[in-house]
Design a protein. Sequence first.
Length: 225
Amino acid sequence: MSLALTVDVLNAINSEKMAHAWLLDLYTDEGTLRCWDKPFNMSYGGFTYEGLSDTFGLEGEIRLSTELVPEPLTISFDASPQSDNAAFVGRLVDRQWHQRPMRIRGLLLVPGTDFATPIGTHIEWNGTMDTQEIVESGSGYPLLVLGCEGGIFRALDRNYTACTDPDQKLRDPTDRLFENVAFKPQQDVPFGRSWSNIPGAGGRAVSGGATPGGGGPNAIRFRSR
């Protein structure tokens, strides 16, 4: 996602004098795995990131868009130690990771400090872990390829429930807003203004001197399918 860049980050970008690193957070059921692409452990934001050096990297490009489509991101790890429970990859394959959240951030650092002095993050990409695959690389060792998906299409990936009267009663037994939805196709419901033209309203009191049958910006339109 786009970030509001700090003054220090903007100055570093404009000066073109900076070091760069990738921070990766994988939120599994058994706890969060954190790593970065440098050869030593580092503390940032109150958390420790394991140094994986060049045994971890991004494949392709990071895409940021406003389209309601999935944005893929591929991350690769050296899969040689996958059977070692103490190794980062070994812990990842043993955990519940599928469709769990993940985050990757681009971190700028002060050049010439051996990646010890961070400036701030310039990009953040959030998504979910979707696939894992072990493949052979051209370097002669296997790779664990982690396929992730992000994007605002995830806004549709919720456990939404229908706006029916029985469904609403589960949320609030006293809420009668959807009581007569079946009788209201193509009809404006003047929510919060008037009930006088709602079938089955039974002469509800109208507060605020609203005009019966009034529409306006608060009206809810029910359409039959």
